[in-house]
Design a binder for this molecule. Structure first.
Ligand SMILES: Nc1ncnc2c1ncn2[C@@H]1O[C@H](COP(=O)(O)OP(=O)(O)O)[C@@H](O)[C@H]1O
Ligand SMILES: [Mg+2]
Length: 317
């Protein structure tokens, strides 16, 4: 692990997403944008989501994680006895932080929009009450990939296993990018393992959908170790930021540590901004090529479609 403490793997978000399609140097997220956003949206209006569930239909079980905005518990659908995961987002916690209520709405809507991909955790129900919004998800009983890697010798996977995992994550990201969705918080903790052992991309809490190819974002969000240089340097960005995080994730699976470790935030920021990392010689030539192609200048990074064809992910052929 990085020398930096565990808690720094939690994600952060600053500002409110603004449409930067006509971005100029002087554009900044300001109070007017935020007020405009507040006028345009009713945060708790989820008309686009057809589910009309209710908390009464579920029997709550044990807590499986402490989410950023409320607990995450097992929940049995009483009628069928089927077990799901219920993610609770407490409204007061969401509105206490600028932009978060809108992000929560985004999370639900995108999770719904992406529900048909087998590589993405499926939303199965949704409802709200006065205190919270509730997202019911398929239960991935294998837990998350970070915890799984922690149990491995040296916290690493074999080249072959890592390639099998990364291929599934690339497929999930391709599904998102094809629909204009940038995940923005890709990390081991947000990749879950289903009952059958296949991977599912989760946590669309920081995700955003571009309205056109010209549309860009500037918000800094996600998790320190995975921040792309363009995000850190407050430049506008698109899908390339997810490709960077994918490179960090592949590195973590193979090396057992982050590529940009540091004892302080500043040290980590410095290394990321300077693209200062080394890949140990134990990493295979193809995997090294994959990581290096992700961890380079944004304009030189491959698209997710190109990565789907990368030789490292096609070792069987
Ligand atoms: N559908 C699920 N199945 C199994 N575990 C889950 C599921 N959803 C979340 N978790 C667990 O809860 C953790 C946090 O969930 P996540 O959606 O990432 O919440 P947060 O937005 O608070 O980060 C995950 O890392 C995972 O361990
Ligand atoms: Mg998460």
């Amino acid at each position: 692990m990085s020398e930096y403490s565990e808690t720094d793997r939690s994600s952060t978000f600053s500002g409110t997403d603004t449409d930067y399609s006509s971005f100029s140097e002087s554009d900044e997220v300001n109070e007017n944008d935020i007020n405009e956003t507040k006028r345009k949206y009713d945060f708790w209006d989820f008309k686009k989501i057809p589910f009309r569930g209710s908390l009464k239909n579920y029997k709550l079980g044990k807590q499986i994680a402490k989410g950023k905005f409320g607990d995450i518990k097992l929940a049995t659908f009483i009628k069928t006895s089927k077990v799901y995961v219920m993610k609770r987002l407490v409204k007061s916690k969401l509105i206490s932080k600028t932009g978060m209520a809108l992000q929560a709405k985004n999370e639900v809507e995108l999770q719904y929009q992406l529900r048909k991909s087998p590589d993405i955790v499926q939303i199965v129900d949704f409802f709200t009450d006065v205190d919270a919004i509730y997202i019911v998800l398929e239960y991935c009983s294998g837990g998350n990939l970070f915890d799984k890697r922690e149990l491995r010798p040296n916290h690493t996977f074999s080249d072959r296993q890592a390639a099998i995992y990364v291929y599934q994550i690339v497929r999930a990201l391709a599904y998102c990018h094809e629909r204009g969705v940038i995940h923005r918080d890709l990390k081991l903790e947000n990749v879950l393992i289903s009952v059958g052992g296949s991977l599912k991309l989760a946590d669309f809490g920081w995700a955003t959908q571009l309205k056109s190819l010209k549309d860009r974002r500037k918000t800094i969000c996600g998790t320190l170790d995975y921040f792309s240089p363009e995000m850190l340097n407050s430049e506008t960005y698109q899908f390339t930021t997810d490709i960077w995080s994918l490179g960090v994730l592949a590195y973590e699976l193979l090396v057992g540590d982050v590529p940009f470790p540091g004892a302080s935030k500043e040290e980590i920021y410095g290394k990321i901004s300077e693209y200062d990392y080394t890949i140990p010689s134990t990493v295979s030539r193809k995997a090294r090529d994959f990581i290096e192609s992700c961890l380079q200048y944004p304009e030189n990074r491959p698209s997710i479609g190109q990565l789907l064809k990368h030789p490292w992910l096609h070792f069987l052929k």
